[in-house]
Write a new protein. Structure first.
Length: 176
């Protein structure tokens, strides 16, 4: 049952990673259009897109939030494992558990804190006033969702560790 859920979860995370890639493509197109409009005079068109930097910043955040859970699942996140490799296997396995527990706790806390920030911003009617004016919570709302996804992936990661050979993980190893 858990393996089936894990497969379905992996598909969801892969779809989010694809969405992240599409958002990155959109960001690239916005930047290219902005540069083209600033450097070539096209009659009837503006000289650049005043909102391109702001939207690009927001898209960069969304790309990161969409792709992070998939990267964690793939073992492609930042990982300092140079100390785990030479340790006795059971000790390294216990330290993997400790790292996963700290990671899970961190994700859950950040999900709660960022969720509260988004709800408080919405309740206060806060606005982000730059080139574009929009509710601030729009930019905050994806953060707790992403940390929720990361929390669930941490649980699947812990399940995989439990079922694996007692020793350090072999995925994304930086030291032999």
């Amino acid at each position: 049952m858990i393996e089936r859920l894990s497969v379905l979860w992996g598909r969801l995370l892969a779809a989010l990673a694809l969405l992240g890639c599409l958002l990155l493509l959109a960001m690239m197109m916005i930047i290219v259009t902005d540069v083209a409009l600033r450097n070539a005079a096209f009659e009837g068109l503006p000289r650049g897109l005043a909102w391109s930097n702001e939207i690009s910043e927001w898209l960069l955040l969304l790309v990161t939030l969409c792709v992070a859970p998939w990267l964690l699942r793939q073992g492609q996140h930042i990982r300092v494992d140079i100390l785990l490799q030479p340790l006795p296997p059971r000790l390294a396995w216990a330290l993997e558990w400790l790292g996963d527990l700290i990671g899970l706790a961190t994700c859950v806390v950040l999900m709660g804190v960022s969720g509260k920030a988004a709800v408080d911003s919405m309740a206060a009617g806060s606005l982000s006033i730059k080139t574009l004016v929009m509710p601030e919570w729009w930019t905050l709302a994806p953060v707790p969702v992403a940390f929720g996804l990361l929390s669930v992936e941490m649980l699947f990661r812990m399940h995989r560790l439990w079922r694996a050979e007692r020793g350090p993980r072999r995925d994304a190893v930086s030291a032999a």
